[in-house]
Design a protein around this ligand. Structure first.
Ligand SMILES: [Zn+2]
Length: 293
């Protein structure tokens, strides 16, 4: 069985599922208190505008796809769902960055924290639309969106209870829903496993291949909306930051491209043939639509 095939199959998010999330968002966002603009301040001290919401989700998705890229480029064995491993990588990498980069300003740390928050909002919103009568969801390469939401929350609270336990209130989660001690054990184990892999594989790549880079391309959007995202991305300081940090942390055996482009579907994926992470403008549109309810 080839890794690359399973990777490419595992990555395709279903457009149907993404489109389908749009309808019930009023409910999900109502739960969060986001439906009314005036209620936003109750949810977070910082009110997130649509640009922060879309780009925060984009950052989180990019790192999820980098997780898939690492599995492919380093031929990592994945015991269990690769999607779960990629989800965990994206959260751990963001938390490690917040904790380890002493040069980050408070505002920058808040922006990374916001990415973790808006990602949780989106999981919950997507989960509201899951049709649990649809048994194909259970055999999907992805865990259920509600499981992805709780795994995300468990990792956060497991890593830093003081900081993230408040989110239980924001998301209207009963205290019993997450066993914090178990989350701590999981968060420590998952974080250590990813760090171990990063260290071992990075050193191996460095020795064998030398340093390869991260290359970011922002394509011209075909629609006015997509050109708006294109402008946001060209102006977004986290892309050059990510480029430099990933290059330093990963020392990949081959250059990894990240491309923002029109795809005719709402998707993000890693293409093992071209060693490219693709983020579709259409997926950014789905995130923005979440806020329009
Ligand atoms: Zn994935």
């Amino acid at each position: 069985m080839s890794y690359t095939q399973s990777v490419s199959l595992a990555l395709a998010c279903s457009t149907r599922r993404l489109r389908a999330v749009l309808r019930p968002l009023a409910l999900a966002l109502g739960v969060l208190g986001l439906a009314a603009a005036g209620a936003q301040a109750q949810v977070r001290e910082r009110v997130l505008d649509e640009q922060s919401f879309v780009l925060g989700n984009t950052l989180k998705v990019l790192l999820h796809e980098v997780g898939h890229a690492l599995v492919d480029l380093w031929a990592l064995p994945v015991l269990g769902r690769e999607e779960d491993a990629a989800d965990a990588f994206s959260v751990i990498y963001l938390l490690d960055t917040i904790e380890s980069d002493a040069d980050l300003s408070t505002e920058q740390m808040e922006q990374l924290d916001d990415a973790l928050f808006v990602s949780a909002v989106s999981w919950l919103a997507f989960a509201e639309e899951n049709d649990l009568e649809d048994t194909t969801l259970f055999a999907d390469e992805h865990s259920l969106d509600m499981q992805r939401f709780f795994s995300h929350m468990c990792l956060l609270v497991g890593r830093n209870e003081d900081l993230y336990a408040d989110w239980f209130v924001d998301f209207d989660i009963e205290d019993e829903a997450l066993d914090i001690e178990r989350c701590e054990e999981l968060a420590v184990a998952q974080s250590e496993d990813w760090r171990y892999l990063l260290e071992v594989e990075r050193d191996q790549s460095w020795k064998d291949q030398g340093k390869a880079g991260i290359k970011i391309d922002i394509d011209r959007g075909k629609t006015k909306q997509h050109r708006r995202y294109e402008a946001w991305l060209k102006d977004w300081a986290w892309l050059p930051y990510l480029e430099a940090r990933l290059e330093r942390d990963l020392k990949l055996p081959e250059t990894l491209n990240m491309r923002f482009t029109d795809c005719d579907e709402a998707n993000a994926f890693y293409d093992p043939e071209t060693r490219e992470v693709i983020m579709c403008y259409e997926l950014m549109e789905v995130f923005e639509d979440l806020l329009e309810y």
